[in-house]
Design a protein around this ligand. Structure first.
Ligand code: SF4
Length: 272
């Protein structure tokens, strides 16, 4: 089997930075707790657990040790709890996520109704909302409403097509619209490369956590252009019958997928 990988594959800048920061603390012997998994990749989370980096459901469970503010941000009240309890903290919030937060706050200060285009259940969106003084509006699909001043930001892991279609629909009812495209470049680059590659192969494999918004979106955009696309977490998810009339396979992975998992998948697929 001929396997072609996208150029940008494996951990993004934000994830690499976060892993480095928590490993450094764990190496010093600190007890490190992350609020939820530090990245949406179950295999990597298991590996980190072995090094003393433990995910907990919520910050209020942590009574001592070091709390990690995850790459896609924690809620303001959680941050305040950590400060007030005197717990140590490591802020691995990705600078691109902080940029979303900054734009949203500035828009609010300038009198705009803040709209966040994204998934209202995603930790990043919850985090950005929590740093606003007033209620922000979260849009997941094209909607029109009447308003004077609206300021828009996007969840970093959103696909560009969704963002554009939602913003287009807003124009009709809004007098003044300010838009910040805060989609992370890493996400866009990965999606573009994967779409391009999918036209050159018989099948695409998207490797990454099923709980990763980044990987799920990557799968969706690729599946649109290449229906013969599968989202797998590890080599164990591969099915030999997928490869019966296939000779060229495209391989891509989300920002939270470890290189090692991709390498193992690549090796196995080559042998089919
Ligand atoms: S996907 Fe982008 S925003 Fe998210 S952690 Fe990686 S670099 Fe940061």
């Amino acid at each position: 089997m001929n396997v072609i990988k996208t150029k940008n594959i494996g951990f993004c800048f934000g994830v690499k930075r976060a892993i480095k920061m928590v490993l450094k603390a764990a190496e010093k012997g600190e007890r490190v707790f992350t609020i939820g998994p530090i990245i949406h990749n179950p295999q990597m989370v298991e590996l980190l657990k072995e090094k003393g980096i433990t995910p907990v459901d919520d910050v209020y469970q942590v009574k001592d040790g070091t709390v990690v503010f995850r790459t896609h941000g924690i809620r303001k009240e959680e941050e305040e709890y950590v400060r007030k309890s005197g717990l140590k903290s490591i802020d691995t919030t990705c600078p691109f996520v902080k940029r979303v937060r900054k734009h949203a706050r500035n828009l609010e200060k300038s009198g705009y109704q803040v709209v966040i285009v994204g998934d209202r259940n995603h930790p990043e969106v919850k985090s950005v909302l929590s740093y606003l003084d007033n209620d922000g509006i979260v849009l997941q699909e094209p909607t029109t409403f009447a308003a004077k001043k609206v300021g828009v930001v996007s969840q970093t892991t959103l696909d560009k097509g969704t963002f554009v279609s939602i913003v287009k629909e807003l124009i009709a009812g809004v007098e003044e619209l300010r838009i910040f495209n805060t989609i992370c470049e890493s996400t866009q680059i990965r999606q573009n490369e994967a779409i391009e590659l999918s036209g050159e192969v018989d099948m695409m494999l998207v490797v990454g956590g099923k709980n990763s918004s980044n990987c799920t979106k990557l799968y969706k955009v690729v599946h649109k252009v290449q229906p013969n696309t599968y989202h797998i977490e590890t080599v164990d998810d591969l099915r030999p019958e997928w490869f019966t009339s296939v000779s060229r396979v495209g391989l891509t992975g989300g920002a939270s997928t470890p290189d090692l998992i991709i390498d193992i998948v690549e090796g196995r697929v080559k042998n089919f």
